[in-house]
Design a protein around this ligand. Structure first.
Ligand code: NDP
Length: 258
């Protein structure tokens, strides 16, 4: 248990990649605060965490709302007195070519994916500066590194997460705080399944054809699992990654080099 008694906030820790991250931290002995909107899903993860004998807390949070982030930090400090690790994982996606993309859709993606990361990092960094320690891991995407048709708004939001994380790494380095991001590739979650469903309807391909098409782009020839990402996040939060900051780690089965 490399993270025994560490206090970790995981945004979107109730489903998909975030769920795997919450469980992986609990397995390492950390106390997990799940910050998300869907309480039913969060309770299911909390039951699993409690079965492992670890502590956890759910704080209903919309990451795009600064008052809710303020409440998240306050609730965490009231209960646990400190924050050792923040994982900004919450995110959303939508698909549209730029010429059809509505302003509202652009704003929504930016509000959650980019502004949400900023708000969480700003609030938690203030506490970590007081503690003179901490680890922040922001979940970006391979699509933050490459443009992909119909994903311009999502790509832009994830590129924002990456460069924001680099900047924050420089600002927080003097306080002994590490900031890194991860860039997952194709990970089978509700989000990915929703994308395939969209493709299935619009491009008229079967799910099997879409999966084969995706697999052909992955050098390791398998989809990523939420646990593949969770293991890298736990590493970045551990003392083994003390000399890593400002980095963006690809978790793509070899799809990306930069
Ligand atoms: P899911 O759709 O399965 O889960 C999304 C998570 O984000 C949920 O926990 C959801 O919580 C939370 N969330 C969304 N909006 C908000 C909000 N406004 N406030 C709080 N929580 C919110 O997605 P994944 O698990 O696949 O994705 C997790 C992260 O990984 C995202 O940032 C995504 O962009 C990124 N990613 C995913 C990839 C993939 O292939 N799956 C590839 C690359 C990056 P709730 O249930 O409460 O809504």
């Amino acid at each position: 248990m490399t993270l025994r008694n560490k206090i970790v906030i995981v945004t979107g820790g109730n489903r998909g990649i975030g769920r795997a991250i919450s469980l992986a931290f609990a397995q390492e002995g950390a106390k997990v605060i799940i910050a998300a909107r869907n309480e039913t899903k969060a309770r299911e993860v909390m039951d699993d965490i409690k079965k492992q004998g670890s502590e956890c807390l759910f704080v209903r949070t919309d990451v795009s709302q600064s008052e809710e982030i303020h409440n998240l930090v306050k609730a965490t400090l009231d209960e646990f007195k400190r924050i050792d690790i923040l994982v900004s994982n919450a995110g959303i996606i939508s698909i549209a070519p730029v010429v059809d993309l509505q302003e509202k859709e652009w704003d929504k993606i930016m509000e959650v994916n980019a502004k949400g990361v900023f708000l969480c990092c700003r609030a938690v960094a203030k506490q970590m500066i007081k503690q003179k320690s901490g680890k922040i891991i922001n979940v970006s995407s391979r699509l933050g590194k490459v443009g992909v048709p119909r994903y311009a708004h999502y790509c832009a939001s994830k590129a924002a997460v990456m460069v924001f994380s680099q900047t924050l790494a420089l600002e927080l380095a003097p306080y002994g705080i590490n900031v890194n991001s991860v860039a997952p590739g194709i990970i089978e979650t509700d989000m990915q399944r929703w994308e395939w469903e969209w493709d299935r309807k619009v491009r008229g391909m079967s799910l099997e054809e879409l999966k084969d098409e995706a697999l052909a782009t992955i050098p390791l020839r398998r989809m990523g699992t939420p646990e593949d990402v969770a293991r890298v996040v736990v590493f970045l939060a551990s003392a083994d990654a003390d000399y890593l900051t400002g980095q963006s780690i690809n978790v793509t089965g070899g799809m990306e080099f930069r």
